[in-house]
Ligand binder design. Structure first.
Ligand code: SF4
Ligand code: SF4
Length: 350
């Protein structure tokens, strides 16, 4: 039974996975282009947006707008992603498999020493990402089981491949027999995972004040914020995001993060935008008008208290503040509105 499954795994299953992988990548590319084209009317309103290097930004450039916030970490991530791509394609063992296949394809492989070094780099980076996720409080709090699974699934084909080619565990008969199959099955799982792996922005609830700076600066308009029923609702489409990092770079609270997410349903959610965060809005204590997100007001309140600043009117809208200031003659006479332009609605000011 096991031998039949293993024969299936290294024969038909491998081809099925390759076909699903190629189809998935083609579909994702088509959906990406379609969603960007559909978003185009909103893009034209954004003077900073340049549509032409879209693919380049998404696929090639390492130094997006969040680079300066964490330069070393950005470099590590970029090197890691390059190795994820280079090692499986240019590994001598993989090239010889393609040469022996019915396609008889051949390209110059990497020297073995290079392949080993890059594989060890990938494993070290995966270990670092795992330790960082477990040990850094904010990362641990925001991580789900999928985040850990994603790192483990990424590392497994490299780990099993390295052990298999070096015979590191060949002194244990079980691993000597089955390590090749572990490597193949983990590689198949990783290829399928890539099809359903999406990048998404996360607005960390603990830090995000709902200021919407990320939404205002998002060049593709994929991030949207709307004030609905006393809530500021943020919505996002993964296909329209070009991973430029602008949202991460401009966030004053370090609350915006670009994270990987494995989700099967995302593949066909081409135009739909998902709600990713909601923030309560504060209302004016005097007239009830919406003023600003509650976390932002709380921060202002904290600053006022810490600096012993008079904050009696802090929770009032600018209109009510102006009326109160005029009533109390805080403004010079020349600043005050002429009588015929003064607000008619003199609601009581607390
Ligand atoms: S810029 Fe930062 S704090 Fe402001 S809404 Fe976006 S994530 Fe939240
Ligand atoms: S959501 Fe962030 S990373 Fe994506 S396009 Fe907008 S600014 Fe760039």
């Amino acid at each position: 039974m096991i031998s039949e499954f293993l024969a299936f795994a290294e024969g038909p299953l491998l081809w099925i996975v390759f076909i699903l992988f190629a189809t998935g990548l083609i579909l994702r590319t088509v959906f990406f282009v379609l969603s960007i084209l559909r978003a185009h009317p909103s893009l034209e309103r954004r003077s900073t947006f340049n549509a032409r290097p879209l693919l380049a930004v998404r696929l090639l450039l390492p130094f997006h707008n969040a680079f300066l916030k964490k330069p070393l970490y950005s470099l590590l991530r970029y090197g890691f992603h390059v190795c994820l791509f280079v090692v499986p394609i240019w590994l001598a063992g993989h090239v010889s498999l393609w040469e022996e296949s019915r396609f008889e394809w051949y390209w110059t492989p990497l020297p073995d020493s290079w392949a080993d070094a890059l594989t060890l780099f990938v494993l070290a980076a995966c270990s670092y990402f795992l330790v960082r996720r477990i040990s850094v409080g904010i990362n641990r709090k925001n991580a789900s089981i999928k985040d850990y699974l994603f790192i483990v699934l990424t590392a497994l084909p490299f780990l099993t491949g390295y052990i298999y080619t070096h015979g590191s565990l060949d002194h244990i008969p079980f691993f000597e027999t089955y390590m090749w199959y572990f490597h193949m099955l983990s590689a198949e799982a990783m290829l399928l995972m890539i099809v359903f792996l999406f990048l998404r922005i996360r607005l960390t609830a603990d830090r995000c004040t709902g200021c919407a700076a990320c939404e205002i600066n998002c060049p593709t308009g994929t991030l949207e914020a709307a004030d609905i029923h006393q809530q500021r609702v943020f919505r996002y489409s993964h296909y329209q995001c070009i991973a430029c990092g602008t949202c991460v770079g401009v966030c004053p609270e370090d609350a915006a993060e670009l994270r990987h997410e494995i989700n099967f349903a995302h593949l066909y959610r081409v135009f739909a935008k998902r709600r990713i965060r909601s923030v309560e809005l504060s209302t004016c204590e005097s007239c009830g008008a919406l003023i600003a997100p509650q976390p932002q007001m709380q921060k202002l309140q904290d600053v006022a208290v810490a600096n012993e600043i008079e904050s009696e009117m802090l929770n009032c809208c600018s209109r009510c503040k102006k009326i109160a200031a005029q009533k109390s003659h805080l403004f010079p006479q020349s600043w005050q509105l002429p009588v015929d332009r003064q607000p008619q609605d003199s609601r009581p000011v607390k």
